[in-house]
Design a protein. Structure first.
Length: 162
């Protein structure tokens, strides 16, 4: 499995070497908590997701002068149900089926989010998918692939910039 500590530290250094933001992380969760989330969502969580969250229960950045003001890139597990509901509700009125299959866990802090998408049978599709709220707002009745972009990457590749 990937060395998540090294990957997250490197990702932070690449993006924040010259600014006043420090890396913020929470210790990993237990397998039982991941099982509870999977049951709530009705999906089998991908191994990479489970492995990541066993290492870190989210990560983001915080200003040096206020380390409690964390902007979470990877949402902590306890915040995921609310975050998922919020992101799904952004387009559920016009695309209920796709919204119900979207499992975001990355928060771009600008209205966009990224995560997994399942097929109609509940199987997680390969890659990561980004909901782009500006594209949706432009034309809410467009096809979902116009505002949800597929990226053929794993979490490791995403964080490593590969």
């Amino acid at each position: 499995m990937p060395d998540w500590v090294q990957i997250v530290n490197h990702q932070h250094e690449m993006g924040h070497a010259e600014d006043e933001y420090e890396l913020a992380t929470k210790p990993g969760v237990g397998a039982d908590q991941l099982d509870q989330l999977a049951d709530r969502l009705g999906i089998s969580l991908p191994e990479e997701f489970r492995d990541f969250y066993l290492t870190f229960n989210g990560f983001g950045v915080a200003p040096e002068d206020d380390p409690s003001d964390v902007s979470w890139l990877f949402q902590p597990l306890e915040d995921l149900p609310g975050f998922i509901d919020s992101m799904r509700s952004s387009f559920a009125e016009t695309h209920a089926d796709v919204a119900a299959r979207f499992f975001p866990f990355i928060d771009w802090a600008n209205g966009d989010s990224m995560g997994y998408l399942t097929d109609s049978a509940g199987i997680v599709l390969p890659g990561l998918f980004c909901f782009e709220h500006e594209s949706y707002a432009y034309n809410a009745n467009q096809e979902a692939d116009e505002f949800i972009s597929a990226f053929p990457v794993t979490i490791e590749e995403f964080l490593s910039g590969e």
